[in-house]
Every structure is written in structure tokens, then in C-alpha cells.
Design a binder for this molecule. Structure first.
Ligand code: UTP
Length: 290
């Protein structure tokens, strides 16, 4: 069996971000910043680092800030140049001309539907899916592409959560487990009652194109949405499915507490703001100045 390279990545960014209102009333959730960089930029950088060549954004209304973010900001650049200021902060994000693709999901009918909207651009190739509201530090996609390259098939992230949290996520029913790769025997989206494990699927996937044919049926699942998990579940048994444990840190930035944790953790690790933030946090927690 030939293992085709993963060249394309879908970024579904058409959700309404209701958990972050009012911040997301007029601004995309994916433009929320962790320290000084929007979530979507962390996600795109993760994909490019993994060797992904084409970035496919599935966007909705109110999301034009994302397109602008990856475009040239001519006036800003010109002003910085005239003032003799560095352009370093905005230079790293420019993609190859013609490379990013923007597709509109007219209605937010669910993650499965958002992925399906990219079917024509994906064509007959394996593709990655990256949910930018999950911030991964340590190169999740690079690690997953490396593992995929030797065995092929479908890959989904596998991350342990506490048993109380399983009802919020897509959950893996596991089989053979070598510590890094875990066989996926079944998947269930937001299980009610007892979950088959506490292994949730964080927002990183490498999928074979056949999943698009299943999504063609537009079947709805949990929450009345067209769920990617349900479509993947139908492929199990027909194609290999591997859960992949990543070595690094994950922050659920779709959730307020997770977002604040990401800001704190990344700020503490930075040379420019880290020492000041650390002193402030210690003062705040212990009520003393050093
Ligand atoms: P979420 O479940 O986090 O939904 O979607 P959301 O709308 O972004 O946020 P809340 O729950 O209302 O606060 C997971 C990912 O799938 C995308 C979202 O943009 C997010 O990246 N998504 C979801 C779509 O692109 N389209 C959809 O119809 C649903």
C-alpha cells in the first residue's frame, strides 16, 4: 500500500464561538490572542512546521479578520519602514502567494459539515484537520505526520482527560495500545452516561478522503449537528484508525479557563514578559512583594 503524503490541512473556523461572547460578537474566536499572537497563527505555524503545503480555511460571516491577518498589510508595513521600525513581528506569517484557500460554510451546521465544505479542494488525497481553538505546544501535527508516514491510515489525537470531562468530547473506545499509538475500535461523540474510556480526541486529525463520502449523507448527531466523529466512526473496520498520543502541552482555548491558562503558561515562558508576569502572579497569589 502506498502511503500518500499529507499536503493539505483544513482549518474549520466557521463556528460561532458562543462560549466567548461578547468577545466573539464581531470578532472570530480564532483571532483571540495568546500573549501577542492569534490562535489561528499558532495553528497555521504548526501545520507549516509539519510540512503541510496548502492551508484551507472554512470560514463564515464575521471572519474576514482571518483573511486580512494572512494578507499583506501594506499601509502598516510602509509606516513601519518609514519610521525605521522592525517588520519581524508581521513577516513570519506570510504564506506562499495563492496558497491559502478560503471556503464559506454558509451555516454553522457542525464540524463534520465544515470539513465536508472543503471536499472539492481536498480531492482524492489524505488531509489534516486542525482546530485552532486547541493550542498545542510541541509540534503536534509534525509528530502525527511522522507517525502517519510509517503506517498510513487515519490518525486522530488521543488525550487523557478526567472521567468527569468525557461528556464534553469525542471519546475513543480503545483496543491494542503501545503507549504512543492506540487502536481505535469505536468513537462516540459526547457520550451520555458511562464513556468507553477517558481518551478524548483533541482537534488534530489526518484523514483519508473517503470520509467525505460519508459526510455527503449530512447525518446529524449530538446537539443536532453534523459531527465529524460520527462520520469517522462509520469508517472504522473499513480503514485503519489510530489514536495518537502527542508529547507536548495542550490548551483548550475554546474554554475560558483553558484560554487564561494558555496565556499564563506561554507568558511565563517568554523572555520579554515572563519575569514581570511571574512576579505579578506570585504577588497576586501570596499577597507579598519581593
Ligand atoms: P466548537 O464546538 O468549539 O464550536 O467548534 P464554536 O462555535 O467554535 O464555539 P462555541 O462552542 O459556540 O463556543 C469546534 C471547531 O469547529 C469549528 C469551530 O470554528 C471550531 O474551530 N466549527 C464548528 C465550524 O467551522 N463550523 C461549525 O458548524 C461548527
Amino acid at each position: 500500500m502506498t502511503i500518500k503524503a499529507v499536503r493539505k490541512a483544513i482549518f474549520p473556523v466557521a463556528g460561532l464561538g458562543t462560549r466567548f461572547l461578547p468577545a466573539t460578537k464581531a470578532m472570530p474566536k480564532e483571532m483571540l490572542t495568546v500573549v501577542d499572537k492569534p490562535l489561528i497563527q499558532y495553528a497555521v505555524e504548526e501545520a507549516l512546521e509539519a510540512g503541510i503545503e496548502q492551508i484551507i480555511f472554512v470560514t463564515g460571516r464575521n471572519k474576514t479578520a482571518i483573511e486580512d491577518h494572512f494578507d499583506i498589510a501594506y499601509e502598516l508595513e510602509d509606516t513601519l519602514r518609514v519610521r525605521g521600525k522592525s517588520l519581524a513581528a508581521i513577516e513570519g506569517i506570510r504564506m506562499q502567494p495563492g496558497s491559502p484557500v478560503y471556503i464559506r460554510q454558509q451555516e454553522p451546521l457542525g464540524l463534520g459539515h465544515a470539513v465536508w465544505c472543503a471536499r472539492e479542494v481536498v480531492g482524492d488525497e489524505p488531509f489534516a484537520v486542525i482546530l485552532p481553538d486547541e493550542l498545542m505546544v510541541g509540534g503536534f501535527m509534525r509528530q502525527m505526520v511522522e507517525a502517519y508516514t510509517s503506517v498510513g491510515g487515519n490518525f486522530i489525537g488521543a488525550l487523557e482527560v478526567s472521567p468527569e470531562e468525557t461528556g464534553k468530547y469525542g471519546i475513543i473506545s480503545p483496543g491494542a495500545d503501545d503507549g504512543r499509538l492506540v487502536e481505535v475500535k469505536a468513537l462516540v461523540e459526547k457520550p451520555k452516561g458511562t464513556a468507553p474510556s477517558n481518551l478524548m480526541i483533541p482537534g488534530r486529525y489526518i484523514l483519508q478522503p473517503e470520509v467525505m463520502q460519508i459526510l455527503d449523507a449530512h447525518e446529524t448527531g449530538a446537539g443536532g449537528e453534523i459531527q465529524l466523529t460520527d462520520a469517522m466512526a462509520q469508517l472504522i473496520g473499513r480503514q485503519p484508525f489510530h489514536g495518537f498520543r502527542f508529547e507536548g502541552e495542550r490548551y483548550d482555548c475554546g474554554d475560558k479557563a483553558g484560554y487564561i491558562q494558555a496565556n499564563l503558561a506561554l507568558a511565563l515562558g517568554r523572555e520579554d514578559v515572563g519575569p514581570q508576569v511571574r512576579r505579578f502572579a506570585e504577588t497576586l497569589l501570596h499577597g507579598t512583594f519581593d
